[in-house]
Design a protein around this ligand. Structure first.
Ligand code: ZN
Length: 135
């Protein structure tokens, strides 16, 4: 596993939270994207080498809606950059972790992603994240 790629934060209202985080970082989000399959609208900030993803639910069945119901707003996941997501999934599965997406799926920001079940990771939702290479 490589560096932390980004931290995901669940928010109730993306417009309100965008303004809040724009004040914190002193910069506007560099990207906004809706991932319909996940029922989320995302907004990405960059501050120095660090990235933060704000996530808002777009429907009540969205995993973000369920998270907000259970835990309220706050840190939702930590994403680690990996070179080869298929190999990392196989390695972590071999270590006994439950992988929520054994076949990586397309996430926001041009990434292939997979999540580890938080029950096996001290309650921390861990995202593996591989840049989709062009060509
Ligand atoms: Zn993420």
């Amino acid at each position: 596993m490589d560096k932390i790629e980004h931290i995901g934060i669940a928010v109730k209202n993306l417009e309100v939270s965008k303004q809040l985080f724009a004040k914190i970082f002193g910069t506007q989000p560099y990207k906004e994207e809706e991932v319909a399959s996940e029922g989320v609208r995302t907004s990405f900030f960059k501050s120095g080498p660090n990235k933060v993803e704000l996530l808002e639910a777009t429907n009540p069945e969205s995993p973000i809606a369920k998270f907000l119901e259970k835990k309220g707003e706050g840190v939702h996941h930590i994403a680690f950059a990996v070179e080869d997501i298929v190999a990392e999934i196989a390695r972590l599965k071999g270590e006994g972790f439950v992988i929520l997406n054994e076949t990586p799926k397309k996430g926001a920001d041009n990434k292939l992603v997979a999540f580890l079940h938080p029950k096996g990771t001290n309650g921390v939702l861990v995202e593996l994240c591989q840049e989709i290479k062009q060509g």
